[in-house]
Design a protein around this ligand. Structure first.
Ligand code: MN
Length: 247
């Protein structure tokens, strides 16, 4: 066994243990386990994380066709590009890719765009709640209190976030993050996210909204504000509160 292979297996075992411990702790760290498994099998590759609901589960706010294409084509494409360039991304896999925090993406546009696309979408799916109810979908738990503390009212937060998301020029994301103990709204271009060192505002992600045209164009065409308006009905506030509390 050559040294590369040995290091490769060593990293895999380590990640496997980390994954196991996190998994026992009840955290959603399935990506660690997946990566570790791939390392140990000798065929490292990024995999599409499971979608936690059916393609039509977010109807009518996100239509079935958009969801299917977004997940099986767009999300998959970022993964395919990472896997097609193993020499570029291999080192990055040794890092904690489930949170992007330790990855310096500034030297490689390929890693920046595709690791970002891989991570951002995996998180975004979990922040959407299937089977929307007719009553208002409001923030929960400690996050709800923090929103009122930092934005005055939930409606004010909703207004500010919606305006920021609408203003993203071209393709990008709108985020709610925790920075220096306070909630803050920020946006990133392309597939950047606030965990990246290249981001203008860094912080821990609580909410994510994809405002690329591919996320809404089939149903909403140029009406991004209608897509944003619909999104408030399908936010998974339980997951957002969980992210807020684990920081
Ligand atoms: Mn997208």
């Amino acid at each position: 066994m050559d040294e590369n292979k040995r290091n490769f297996l060593k990293k895999g075992t380590l990640l496997g243990l980390v994954g196991l411990v996190n998994s026992i702790a009840g955290k959603e760290k399935f990506i660690h386990l997946k990566v570790a498994t791939n390392y140990l099998s000798g065929t490292p590759s990024f995999k599409l994380p499971p979608l936690p609901y059916a393609f039509d589960a977010l109807e009518p706010f996100i239509d079935k066709q958009t969801m299917e294409i977004h997940y099986t084509k767009h999300h998959q494409a970022y993964i395919d590009k990472l896997n097609a360039n193993p020499s570029t991304n291999l080192d990055y896999r040794a890092d904690d890719i489930s949170n992007c925090k330790s990855v310096d993406v500034s030297t490689s546009p390929l890693v920046r765009n595709n690791l970002g696309g891989y991570f951002n979408h995996g998180l975004f799916w979990t922040l959407l709640k299937p089977n929307p109810k007719t009553e208002s979908n409001l923030a929960e738990g400690k996050l709800s209190d923090a929103i009122r503390k930092d934005f005055g009212t939930f409606d004010n937060f909703k207004k500010e976030f919606s305006e920021s998301a609408a203003k993203v020029f071209g393709s990008g994301w709108c985020w709610l993050i925790v920075k220096d103990g306070k909630l803050k709204i920020t946006t990133t271009p392309n597939q950047d996210n606030p965990y990246m060192k290249v981001a203008a505002e860094q912080g821990n992600i609580v909410l994510a909204l994809d405002v690329w045209e591919h996320a809404y164009y089939l149903k909403y065409q140029n009406k991004r504000t209608d897509y944003i308006g619909g999104w408030w009905n399908i936010i998974n506030w339980k997951k957002a509160d969980e992210l807020f509390n684990t920081k």
